[in-house]
Design a protein around this ligand. Sequence first.
Ligand code: SAM
Length: 380
Amino acid sequence: MADSGVNASRAEVSPRQEEAVAGGVKRNSRDSDEEDGATAAKRGPGLGSVVATHYNQLQEVGRDARSHSRILYMRNFNNWLKSVLINEFVQRVRADGRGGALSVLDLGCGKGGDMLKWRRASIGHLVCADIAATSVDQCRQRYNDMRGRGGGGPIFSAEFIAADCSKELLSDRFEDRSRTFDLVSCQFVYHYSMESQAQADTMLRNACERLKPGGIFFGTTPDARELVKRLMKAEGLSFGNEVYSVRFPDKTSFPLFGCKYDFHLEGVVDCPEFLVYFPLLQEMAKKHGMKLLMNKTFAEYFRQKSQEKEHRILMERMQAMEAYPPGPGSSLVSGNLEDYEHVKTSLKESNQPHGNVGTMTKSEWEATSLYLAFAFVKEK
Ligand SMILES: C[S@@+](CC[C@H](N)C(=O)[O-])C[C@H]1O[C@@H](n2cnc3c(N)ncnc32)[C@H](O)[C@@H]1O
């Protein structure tokens, strides 16, 4: 299998930027002691309604339409990566002595795209929460359909909450007010809460306050260093390619909170997001009794996990890579030959110019390699 060949090394943040960020964290965390985060988060409308409207309006497309998407393999790859993450942390909490019925919170569940992964992991209970009420309804429907269809073994119990998780405390809404979690999963969501310190802290509180000791909070989010690195390399205020684009309002100031940029991903995302500077998240998480377990770019995580046979088998089953050259009767997702230059080069270099490999177009890889995966464990 060929790697995309795109250099995924991380951007360096200058000592001055590091200093500014570190100073900012201290300043901001002193401020936050003076007011309860959830109370402060409720102040002001913010961009939550824009985000909720965007996701509510997103059409649920069927398998057939999905299979024609320009970013089919990127989506499959992201799903593969989430499956591997879920399995990794399910196994880890089980190894920690937790038996059968794991309790999980999916923070920003969307339409329930990860529900099947949770079923395969044989968890006991799932709480699904999202700001977009229509998505939560579709998620509930998906669960009911899955349960109705039977097959695939017993299914977890579930509950569904429509709430802005950066402004509302979820614990007030649980069916069982004393509920605690073994795992909290927050996939492609946390960056929306970085609009303000109060919102980021409330989201974090929702993720961490009901975690059992030894429980894990894990997720995926855009990597601020990579975003800023690409912005600095760009001529103007935007960068991207035919599948994604990012636009910043300027190139000189990157506030710790509320550092907004507009993000567009072909047919899936078109809304404002906020930079998540990871050392800041790590610092904030400490306040909630969380210790860093992992922080890896998607490129790093992919390289590590694809060493193992079981993950490569899953990759094939989930079609997380595009076959190059395409099989008989199939065509490549991109008509742009430059998108496959890296594969040709790597095949030539390995003396197999006519070999078959799994790959991803350069454009999709550039989009997916913007992200990182993280995990924190609740201190015992
Ligand atoms: C890119 S989607 C990811 C959905 C799902 N986690 C997945 O991986 O398929 C981002 C999700 O975050 C949700 N979201 C954004 N801001 C939120 C907030 N403040 N509270 C709860 N959910 C939020 C959106 O409604 C959307 O469903």
